[in-house]
Design a protein around this ligand. Structure first.
Ligand SMILES: Cc1ncc(COP(=O)(O)O)c(C=O)c1O
Length: 415
C-alpha cells in the first residue's frame, strides 16, 4: 500500500489515509512482520542487541544494514577526540552556520574537504540529505533549468528536484545511451541542464559509468553533480572517492558526500567552485538549519585522519567485501551488479522476502528487506552492507544462515 495507491482508490482524506497506514502497521505487527521499526539497544556496531516491536526481547544479532563502511564509530582515536571536543566546545551549536553556528573547527573541516575533492571551496550542511535537497533546490529555482537524474536516485535528490520547482526527468539507471538521448533532445531548449548521478547506488551497490558521463559532459556542456555517499572513504587515494580514483574530479562541478557513512558522524558536504559556493550559502538548508555540533565535526575529522594514516583499514574493508561476495556467488546466489561493499541478494518474490527477513532475525541476522515500492516487485532483495567492524566469523555465520534459508526457499540449489 502506498499513498498513491490509496489516491487511486479514491481515498484523499489525510485522516483516512493515516488510518489505513495505522491498520497496515497493526496487521504487520500481528503477523510478527513489522520489522522496519527495529531498534538497537546500544546503537550501531557489527553486532548489537536488536529489538523488533513484535518481539518481547532484544536479540543478539550481526548487523548488516549500517553504512559505517570503515567501522570507525567506536574507534578509540575517534571516541577520544570526540570526548575532548565535547568537553571543550559543549553540545549543540544552537543556530545555523551564518548566524554563529560555525566554529573554527567547522571552517577547517570545510577547507579539508575542499582539498580532498580538489575544489576551491566546500559547504558543510547539517545532513547529507539536506546537502542534496538544499543544494539542488537553491541552484535550480525557476524554469530555465532542466534536471536530469538517474532513475534510481536517492530520495534527497528527488526532494531537491521537487523543491526547486524546475522540470526534472529520469534516465534509465546507469544508461549512458539514455542519458545522451535525453541531453540531446533537450539541449538548446533550456539555459541550464544539470545532470545528477551517484557514484555508487545504495540499493544495488553498482557503480556509475562516470568516465562515459564526463565524455558526454564535454560533448554537450551540461553541469554535473556527483553524490559520493557510497564511495567516499574507500575508493580513490586515501578514500577520496570515485571521482578521485578515475581522475575526473576536475570535470565534475559539484562533488557531494555525507559524513554519516564512512566518517561515522552526521552532516553533508558539497565541494565546488568559489562562485557556486557563494551561491550555495544562500540555500535555505544552510541558512535556516542549525549547524552540526563541534564534536561531530571532530569525529569526521578524526576519521579523515585515519583514512590517510591507516590505509590498512580501507584494504581490510575491501578484503571482507570480496570474501562475502565470493562466498555468495559460489553458493549460486544472485547478487546483481554490485561492485561495492553494498552486497544485494535478490529474492524476487515478496512473500519469500518477508518470510526470510523474519527467519534471518530469528537466527540472529539483522538486515532490511528492500521491497516494493522502493524497488520493482520483481527486484525485491536483501542488502548486506559490509563494514570493517564485521569479522570473518560474522561473514561465515551470515553465509551459512543464508545457505540454509536459500536452499529452503529455492533461491539456490540443494536441500
Ligand atoms: C546516496 C545518498 N545520498 C544522500 C544520503 C543522505 O545522507 P544522510 O543520511 O547522511 O543525511 C544518503 C543516505 O542514505 C544516500 O544514500
Amino acid at each position: 500500500m502506498t499513498y498513491q495507491v490509496l489516491n487511486r482508490d479514491g481515498i484523499f482524506n489525510i485522516k483516512e489515509i493515516a488510518g489505513e497506514y495505522y491498520a497496515q502497521q497493526a496487521h504487520l505487527d500481528e503477523m510478527g512482520q513489522w520489522t522496519h521499526d527495529r531498534y538497537l539497544k546500544q546503537s550501531s556496531h557489527a553486532r548489537a542487541m536488536v529489538r523488533a516491536p513484535s518481539a518481547d526481547e532484544f536479540k543478539d544479532c550481526s548487523v548488516w544494514s549500517i553504512n559505517h563502511y570503515l567501522g570507525l564509530n567506536r574507534h578509540p582515536y575517534v571516541i577520544e577526540k570526540a570526548q575532548k571536543a565535547m568537553a571543550l566546545y559543549g553540545t549543540g551549536c544552537g543556530t545555523s552556520a551564518m548566524s554563529g553556528g560555525h566554529s573554527q573547527l567547522h571552517r577547517d573541516l570545510q577547507k579539508r574537504f575542499a582539498e580532498i575533492f580538489s575544489k576551491e571551496e566546500c559547504i558543510l550542511f547539517p545532513t547529507g540529505f539536506t546537502a542534496n535537497s538544499g543544494t539542488i533546490a537553491a541552484l535550480c529555482k525557476g524554469s530555465e533549468t532542466l534536471i536530469i537524474i538517474d532513475r534510481d536516485s536517492h530520495a534527497s535528490i528527488i526532494d531537491g528536484c521537487r523543491a526547486s520547482g524546475s522540470r526534472f526527468i529520469p534516465f534509465k539507471h546507469n544508461s549512458v545511451q539514455d542519458l545522451e538521448n535525453k541531453v540531446k533532445k533537450f539541449s538548446g531548449k533550456h539555459i541550464n541542464i544539470l545532470v545528477i548521478v551517484e557514484s555508487a547506488y545504495s540499493m544495488e551497490g553498482d557503480v556509475a559509468p562516470l568516465k562515459k558521463i564526463i565524455e558526454l559532459k564535454k560533448k554537450y556542456g551540461f553541469l554535473l553533480y556527483v553524490d559520493e555517499a557510497h564511495t567516499f572513504g574507500f575508493y580513490g587515494e586515501n578514500g577520496r572517492g570515485l571521482c578521485n580514483q578515475l581522475g575526473v574530479a576536475d570535470d565534475v562541478d559539484f562533488i557531494m558526500t555525507t559524513l554519516s557513512k564512512s566518517t561515522a558522524s552526521i552532516g553533508g558536504v558539497v565541494a565546488t567552485s568559489k562562485e557556486f559556493a557563494s551561491f550555495l550559502r544562500w540555500s535555505t538548508s544552510y541558512l535556516f538549519q542549525a549547524a552540526i555540533p563541534a564534536a561531530d565535526v571532530v569525529v569526521a575529522d578524526a576519521c579523515l585522519d585515519l583514512m590517510s594514516s591507516q590505509p590498512e583499514i580501507i584494504e581490510s574493508l575491501w578484503d571482507k567485501t570480496h570474501y562475502l561476495r565470493q562466498k555468495l556467488v559460489e553458493l549460486g546466489f544472485d547478487i546483481g551488479k554490485s561492485e561495492s561493499p553494498i552486497v544485494p541478494l535478490f529474492v524476487r518474490d515478496s512473500d519469500i522476502l518477508k518470510m526470510m527477513e523474519k527467519e534471518l532475525y530469528e537466527r540472529g541476522v539483522f538486515t532490511i528487506a528492500i521491497q516494493y515500492p522502493v524497488v520493482k516487485a520483481t527486484e525485491v532483495r536483501f542488502r548486506f552492507i559490509v563494514n570493517n567492524s564485521h569479522t570473518i566469523e560474522d561473514i561465515d555465520d551470515l553465509v551459512s544462515i543464508l545457505c540454509e534459508l536459500g536452499k529452503k526457499h529455492g533461491l539456490i540449489e540443494g536441500s
